[in-house]
Design a protein around this ligand. Structure first.
Ligand code: SF4
Length: 354
């Protein structure tokens, strides 16, 4: 018995890195056991900030799908799809845009933050202001019960709940003959955030791992390249000489160990680092060995899709067809409620009988 439906997605910005894996993907793989899962590639969302050059969006979507599959998302258990192949998302976004006060969107924290941070791009666009509303449509069109998010994304789920309430208030659900859910009075269920335990994963320079900092280790990083990157990774600045003791809690390599290493290795790192009993090169070698235990199997699975990328695209298409069916069922109800049904209805008589 599943515990409810989950919806989440990622923007196609290219091959995924360890930060994407630890921050979300690893958690999604586990959620598949307990929830009815919909995971998507948010290509329209990519355009809200990168509209000026879309030359890589399709290629990047395929890369993300290959990483999804390689990491362990299973098309037999989850619906894996691409957002722009389900046009119902856009239709619902449009409908929501009619009823959503501008102030709700202007006060979303990430709106101001991103406009400040991405100063090299002109984000004074309608699409950028409306992207949290597109997210609301993404979630509500599948009647998701939960959205796995970090703390910083909770305001987006709250906005989604407000939009659902407002729509439900304006447009009551219309019951149809043979309705499968006659007790539900509203069109949209209000989703809840499912807080993802956030592990700290630094990039090779010690800052947050991010493509824009150029400090990533890709899920598809070849072993030799991963080891070379770890060799140059920054460490606890207090360990200048081999004889200086350090502190794994203040070291990005220590953070890597906490995520990927077994308790036995952790004990060796904690003792050896704090007493200067080990050198950083040795310690980084252990981190690389343990990281490869995760990356190796991912890359083995990746190889079959790299050899035949069409296989991944076909799975994405099949998933998108399933997603369209689920989305259309909700959209039908939403159109019905807003008196926009595609079905013929005979003219009703006015009060004067004309
Ligand atoms: S021994 Fe390991 S944990 Fe300690 S500073 Fe060096 S790399 Fe970091």
């Amino acid at each position: 018995m599943k515990k409810g439906r989950i919806l989440s997605g990622m923007r196609p910005t290219g091959k995924l890195h360890l930060g994407n894996y630890v921050g979300a993907l690893r958690n999604w793989v586990n959620l598949q056991n307990d929830y009815d899962c919909f995971f998507f590639i948010a290509d329209w969302h990519a355009l809200t900030t990168d509209y000026a050059d879309t030359s890589m969006v399709k290629q990047n979507s395929l890369e993300v799908m290959i990483d999804y599959l390689a990491a362990g998302l299973d098309p037999e258990r989850s619906v894996l799809f691409i957002q722009s192949h389900v046009p119902q998302h856009a239709e619902l976004h449009l409908l929501f845009s009619m009823i959503t006060p501008l102030g709700w969107l202007e006060r979303v924290p990430s709106y101001k933050e991103q406009r400040e941070n991405l100063k090299d791009k002109d984000l004074g666009t309608y699409g950028f202001l409306g992207y949290p509303l597109l997210q609301s449509a993404d979630i509500l069109i599948y009647q998701a019960n939960f959205v796995p998010v970090g703390e910083d994304q909770v305001p987006h789920v709250e906005l989604t709940r407000e939009v659902a309430r407002r729509f439900n208030q304006f447009y009551p659900r219309k019951l149809r003959e043979g309705d499968k859910d006659p007790k539900r009075e509203v069109v949209f269920l209000e989703p809840q955030p499912l807080l993802t335990p956030a592990a700290k994963l630094p990039g090779t320079d010690g800052r947050k791992m991010s493509k824009s900092y150029g400090n990533t280790i890709l899920l598809s990083e070849p072993e030799a390249s991963m080891r070379a990157k770890l060799k140059t990774m920054v460490t606890d600045p207090a360990r200048i000489r081999r004889t200086d003791p350090g502190n794994p809690d203040l070291c990005p390599v220590g953070d890597l160990h906490k995520i990927f290493s077994d308790p036995e290795t952790m004990t060796k790192v904690n003792e050896g680092c704090r007493t200067a009993g080990i050198g950083c090169i040795e310690c980084k070698g252990w981190a690389a060995n343990n990281l490869w235990k995760v990356l190796g199997p991912i890359q083995e699975r990746r190889a079959q899709y790299e050899a035949n990328p069409k296989l991944a695209w076909d799975l994405l298409e099949a998933g998108s067809a399933k997603a369209r069916m689920a989305a259309e069922a909700t959209m039908k109800e939403a159109r019905d409620a807003a008196n926009l049904s595609h079905e013929y209805a005979p003219p009703t008589q006015t009060a004067s009988g004309k």
